[in-house]
Design a protein around this ligand. Structure first.
Ligand SMILES: [Zn+2]
Length: 260
């Protein structure tokens, strides 16, 4: 006899891309966890003030959905340092904003709340990458650095496929004109990804700029997918720093692993 108190956990929200078929990957949303308040509900980041037991329960649910995967994370600092993840990476979390690996069974996970998560794979050479690209990392060249680090592991740029996940859209990414001009100075061609806003402001297409940078690193234009909505517009499904008014908020994890 079924109990009236039977508890059914909400399903985890994980967007995927057909570009990354053959890998285990997902752009996790904020649904399906137990964290509360600004972290509600599926926050997997332990280092931002969320309740440790809630985060542990969220991880338990993630592991139940993706059994057998080890995880690798970095302490993200809005730069362009890429780490190579091998066997025995363990629980370290070195500073950096990207990881690459040729090791199966390890999920490379990056955390965002408006910044762009980028997942990459060369299925033939069995090399994967995960990048965190906010505006600083984008200017620092994280997209190209990630592709180069994959090439060092044997990937070929023309065989790499990528998916850029839920991130703040041009609809909501209003910046000071000075920052838009800095993009145009530091990244040739970035001007087409800016449109005028209120006086002294502009709207930037962060995913578009990273798409261009991936193409410039050698990826075919049709090998780059964009997955998911604007995080600020879809704050019910995704954490968004801007939607939180710059206050602390949970972070969503985007991850990729080579399956055996
Ligand atoms: Zn938006």
């Amino acid at each position: 006899m079924a109990s009236f108190h039977q508890f059914t956990a909400a399903a985890l929200d994980a967007a995927t891309s057909p570009h990354l078929a053959g890998t285990v990957h997902g752009f996790m949303g904020r649904a399906g966890g137990v964290s509360r308040g600004a972290y509600a509900t599926f926050n997997l980041a332990r280092w931002i003030g969320d309740d440790a037991e809630a985060v542990a329960e969220n991880w338990r649910r993630w592991r139940a959905n993706y059994p057998g995967l080890a995880t690798a994370n970095v302490a993200q600092v809005h730069g362009a340092t890429i780490h190579r993840v091998g066997r025995g990476w363990g629980d370290i979390r070195p500073e950096g904003d990207g990881m690459v690996s040729a090791q199966s069974g390890v999920a490379l996970g990056v955390f965002t709340a408006d910044c762009a998560p980028i997942l990459l794979a060369d299925r033939t050479r069995r090399v994967i990458g995960a990048l965190h690209a906010g505006w600083r990392g984008t200017i620092a060249g994280i997209a190209g650095a990630g592709v180069r680090a994959m090439v060092e592991l044997g990937a070929r740029p023309e065989a790499i496929r990528a998916a850029i996940g839920p991130a703040i859209g041009q609809c909501c990414f209003e910046v000071d004109l000075e920052l838009a001009e800095r993009f145009e100075r530091e990244i040739a061609g970035a001007a087409v990804f800016a449109r005028p806003g209120r006086p002294g402001k502009a709207y930037l297409d962060l995913r578009g700029i990273n798409r261009m940078l991936l193409e410039r690193a050698g990826l075919n234009p049709d090998a780059i997918d964009e997955v998911g909505p604007c995080t600020r517009c879809s704050n019910d499904r995704y954490f968004s720093r801007r939607a939180a008014g710059g206050a602390v908020t949970g972070l969503q994890m985007s991850f990729i692993a080579l399956s055996d």
